[in-house]
Ligand binder design. Structure first.
Ligand SMILES: Cc1ncc(COP(=O)(O)O)c(C=O)c1O
Length: 453
């Protein structure tokens, strides 16, 4: 029935969705003036957003389960965030390191309060990739060691170092070598696509065995500054590691003086049912970095480590002109306040459990839905060809059907074979119900319906 041809073309435009002249006008200008390297998931030309909806140039409303790729956790233009931005913009927009500023200090204190364990010292920057760069610089500076270990299927960003640490898809690295190193890659416990699809414990055991071999045969652990890992893989396919993996990893890193750096860019800020996803694992990393959901849509990222560690990093060894901009900090303070007051971590857990149970039930008896997994409101649905191999065409079909019904969903995974559901944490029960209905209708695929690639 299906073909799984790999392609770089990540367009999921729906042929059955009519595109208005106004939309076409902007798409034509986009094609003329925007660097084509900037890929988009849909042909929606957005002008406005409110709550769980994004509106296009025609005034059409799309129920948005992509949340600006896990950024709009409070939905679009949350009133508390909008007021915080407006008030701050009228007071102070930028000083950078020419001064201290109040919002930076307040946000650093707040992030220290909500971060796990002894992580209490904060550096602010603008994007996930920039935070990763800083986290690795900190680890190398403090340990004096060169090497890094990453995990297969990881995604850490688009700068050269973050691309070097990214292995979720080949095309992120295409024609870019030589990339920064030395970097050694260990397997991530992706049970469903492992040699032990029905046995998470065996999968974990095998991954840890491979990691120990890596430290025995490939790289001297005394040369390794850090291991960098996502608590739940995002772009790699919404892969939740089975219990036990992270506790062992913590032991291995500590025993060799290797720093454990956790990338909470996609999974942080209540998304998975806790403020940070690593809290599900009951371990404390040495360095954590976060971005996306931190500031209600404003660009901001944070590196958070213990004061013991950061006090060894001498002043001016790292910096950022725009990092910790007062407007972004004010937006972050407002965002975190709403998250805490409205108990959005608990809401993510509750809605996530309901949604996961519902989708798992829907998948029963449908062979083309290989796996439904996730934690909180970070849910992945993985599609299979009849031979069990990953299927991108089914994902494409489902995304198109959703779009025709004004539901915006995006995908991920090595082959683009996983639909990732990242609704705003503030989505109402009825909006989520509507989203599930459209999604289920779109996933109800009849034999022969899939377009071969
Ligand atoms: C887990 C993870 N780390 C890092 C990044 C890079 O973040 P940014 O695009 O803000 O540089 C992303 C972006 O998708 C991500 O999902």
């Amino acid at each position: 029935m299906l073909d799984n041809k790999k392609t770089n073309n990540n367009k999921y435009k729906s042929p059955n969705r009519s595109v208005s002249d106004k939309t076409k006008h902007y798409l034509d200008l986009d094609a003329q003036y925007v660097n084509p390297v900037l890929d988009r998931y849909t042909d929606i030309v957005a002008v406005r957003g409110k709550g769980a909806y994004v509106y296009d140039v025609n005034g059409d409303a799309f129920l948005d389960l992509g949340s600006g790729i896990a950024v709009n956790s409070l939905g679009h233009c949350h009133p508390a965030v909008v007021s915080a931005i407006q008030e701050q913009a009228a007071e102070l927009i930028h000083t950078s390191v020419t001064t201290h500023h109040v919002r930076y200090i307040e946000l650093a204190q707040k992030l220290a309060e909500i971060s796990p364990g002894n992580l209490d010292s904060v550096f602010l920057s603008n994007s996930g990739a920039e935070a990763l760069e800083g986290a690795v610089k900190l680890a190398r500076y403090v340990t004096g060691r060169p090497a890094l270990i990453n995990f297969r299927g990881s995604f850490h960003g688009r700068t050269l170092l973050s691309v070097a640490l990214t292995t979720s898809k080949l095309y992120f690295r295409e024609r870019l070598e030589p990339l920064p190193g030395p970097i050694y890659t260990a397997p991530f416990p992706y049970t469903f696509r492992s040699a032990f699809p029905k046995d998470p414990n065996a999968c974990v055991k095998d991954c840890l065995h491979q990691l120990r071999l890596l430290l025995h045969q490939f790289v001297d652990p005394q040369q390794v500054a850090a291991m960098i890992i996502e608590p739940i893989q995002g772009e790699g396919g919404y892969v939740v590691p089975p219990p036990g993996f992270f506790s062992e990893l913590r032991e291995i890193t500590s025993s060799h003086g290797i720093l454990l750096i956790v990338d909470e860019v996609q999974s942080g800020f209540c998304r998975t049912g806790k403020m940070f996803a690593i809290e599900h694992e009951n371990i404390v990393p040495d360095i954590m970095f976060a971005a996306k959901g931190i500031a209600g849509g404003m660009p901001l990222s944070a590196i958070i480590a213990s004061k013991d560690l950061t006090s060894q990093w001498k002043p001016a060894r790292h910096g950022s002109t725009f990092g910790g901009n007062p407007v972004s900090c004010a937006a972050a303070l407002a965002t975190i306040k709403v998250m805490q007051e409205e108990k959005l971590a608990q809401r993510a857990e509750k809605l996530g459990n309901q949604m996961l149970a519902r989708l798992k039930k829907f998948a029963e008896g449908r062979q083309y839905i290989g796996d439904v997994r996730g934690r909180g409101l970070m849910i992945g649905i993985e599609f299979n060809r009849p031979d069990g191999q990953p299927s991108r065409p089914i994902t494409k079909h489902v995304m198109q059907k959703c779009l025709e019904n004004k539901l915006l969903v995006i995908n991920c995974g090595e082959h683009g074979q996983v639909i990732r559901l990242i609704p705003p944490l503030t989505i109402s029960d009825s909006e989520l119900e509507k989203a599930c209905e459209i999604l289920e209708k779109s996933m109800d695929i009849k034999e022969g319906e899939i377009i071969h690639e």
